[in-house]
Design a protein around this ligand. Structure first.
Ligand code: GTB
Length: 222
């Protein structure tokens, strides 16, 4: 159960020394930073180059040689969803106390990562790596349809409410983090409800602090 009063060992996460997102807060340390800010936990950041990600020292923490990782005393985690889940369980602020509401918030965490994110990532990858293929426009149409299917459903869910299930939770944090990947795609234009939902998340002071911190790293490196 969450316990904001419990002693926490110093927390260190990893992030890109020079993020390819150019400070837009789209790399996956952003959600972890945001979660830590929401629960008021200070943390340190170890910055890594792409080369360092693949070195044995980092692979001992992250088998796939990626960011982010999370270290807290003897505990080392990778996978941003698992890290955010750990933070949400360990501290008050991201999961409701009521058992049913808590289970539903966790449900939305999984929905963000397993149902909404995959078509968004597939479309992103198609735009990055398949533009020169003769079948690109046909495939893009199919991927756009898949993304729209998820956005339609989410938009309906959020039509009359601020957050996915009652108060803001780790489910909203992950969902907004996923939807932010679409902000330059043009696909959100037809979804004012979702744009407003993203804006509500981005207006949160915890988001603002997390965003400013990752941007400062990018600006220092430039
Ligand atoms: N499932 C893992 C998680 O959620 O933690 C995925 C981790 C992951 O994809 N990490 C990426 C990474 O380390 C960075 S965030 N990549 C280096 C590698 O694999 O060698 C993904 C990302 C990168 C860049 C942008 N961007 O430029 O907009 C957005 C997202």
């Amino acid at each position: 159960m969450a316990d904001s009063g419990s002693f926490t060992m110093p927390i260190t996460i990893t992030a890109f020394a020079r993020s390819p997102d150019r400070g837009r807060g789209l790399a996956r340390d952003m959600g972890v930073r945001w979660a830590l800010e929401e629960v008021g936990q200070p943390y340190g950041v170890r910055l890594l180059s792409f080369g360092q990600l693949k070195e044995a020292q980092h692979r001992a923490l992250h088998p796939f040689g990626q960011i982010p990782t999370y270290e807290e005393g003897d505990l080392a985690l990778f996978e941003s969803g698992a890290i955010i889940f750990h933070i949400a369980q360990r501290h008050v602020g991201l999961l409701p106390e009521d058992e049913g509401a808590r289970a539903r918030a966790i449900n939305w965490m999984f929905a963000a990562l397993s149902t909404v994110e995959p078509p968004i990532i597939h479309r992103e990858m198609a735009m990055l790596t398949e533009r020169d293929k003769p079948w690109h426009s046909e495939r893009l149409e199919m991927l756009d349809d898949q993304v729209h299917g998820r956005l339609d459903a989410l938009s309906q869910r959020l039509a009359d409410v601020a957050w996915l299930d009652g108060s803001f939770s780790a489910g909203d944090l992950l969902m907004i983090n996923v939807l932010r990947r679409l902000t330059t795609s043009g696909l959100l234009t037809d979804y004012p409800t979702l744009s407003a939902y993203i804006a509500r998340g981005e207006e949160r002071p915890a988001f603002q602090r997390a965003f400013a911190d990752q941007l400062a790293i990018f600006n220092q490196a430039s």
